[in-house]
Write a protein that binds this ligand. Structure first.
Ligand code: SF4
Length: 232
């Protein structure tokens, strides 16, 4: 299999009954402002080059954001902030993301989620996180030849990444690294190849940005550091 085939295959996954129901219900009922949209209503694959040096990992699609548009972080306030920051530091071709065919391109960076289907209240269960983990682990394994740094957007991404990185071929340091904004941890490659650096960053959700917990300047700085670590 290739990463392109993996990206295609995940869109057909129906392994989590609660999430399948939620994502399809949101697509059926729709938000009033989006009645004209044909919602995607399926799992969201990673987005960005398949030889990325930097990978950003979020949480899960928003019911009326990525679950509507079919592309990660596209069509919701979290994505508005993230893509604007990526564009400001030269890693995205445009500052906004509105639909799958808006022409947005990412340079050297790929964005993915540990849970690929929209969950109620943006809260996947532990079982759903664990059920979805093989998709993330396989994606990271395909990216292994090129990826040099990973940003966990929030503690959920961090916790999901530790076992996924281990199964994709990196050694998780002991004691297990703890999430924090600005945390940086080196993961040696199990086969002696180049190490990977994991960065912790508060999630780009309105809850963090509206309260000033995560500012635009903090986000840009962290992404810049992670891009440098990845050689971008
Ligand atoms: Fe499949 Fe992941 Fe969606 Fe569960 S969350 S149905 S494992 S793609």
């Amino acid at each position: 299999r290739s990463l392109a085939e993996l990206d295609a295959a995940v869109t057909h996954c129906r392994a989590c009954p609660r999430l399948v129901e939620w994502r399809e219900e949101a697509a059926r009922v729709k938000r009033r402002a989006y009645q004209d949209w044909e919602y995607w209503g399926r799992p969201i694959p990673g987005f960005g080059p398949r030889d990325a040096a930097l990978v950003l990992v979020g949480l899960a699609p928003a019911a009326h954001g990525a679950n509507r548009t079919g592309r990660i972080f596209t069509g919701d306030p979290s994505g508005d902030l993230l893509y604007a920051a990526l564009h400001a530091i030269g890693l995205a071709s445009r500052p906004t993301a509105v639909s799958r065919d808006d022409g947005l391109e990412l340079y050297g960076v790929r964005i993915t989620d540990p849970v690929r289907c929209a969950p109620p209240d943006n809260r996947p269960s532990v079982t759903e996180r664990d059920t979805c983990r093989p998709w993330l682990a396989r994606e990271l394994a395909f990216l292994r030849p090129t990826v040099r740094s990973v940003v966990a957007l929030g503690g959920f991404a961090w916790q999901s990444l530790l076992p996924a990185l281990a199964s994709a071929g990196w050694e998780v340091p002991r004691p297990r690294p703890v999430f924090g904004h600005g945390a940086r941890v080196l993961f040696p490659a199990a086969d002696g190849g180049p190490p990977l650096e994991l960065f912790g960053c508060y999630h780009v959700s309105p809850r963090n940005t509206n309260t000033g917990r995560l500012t635009t300047a903090m986000l840009r700085q962290l992404l810049t550091d992670a891009a440098h670590s990845a050689g971008l």
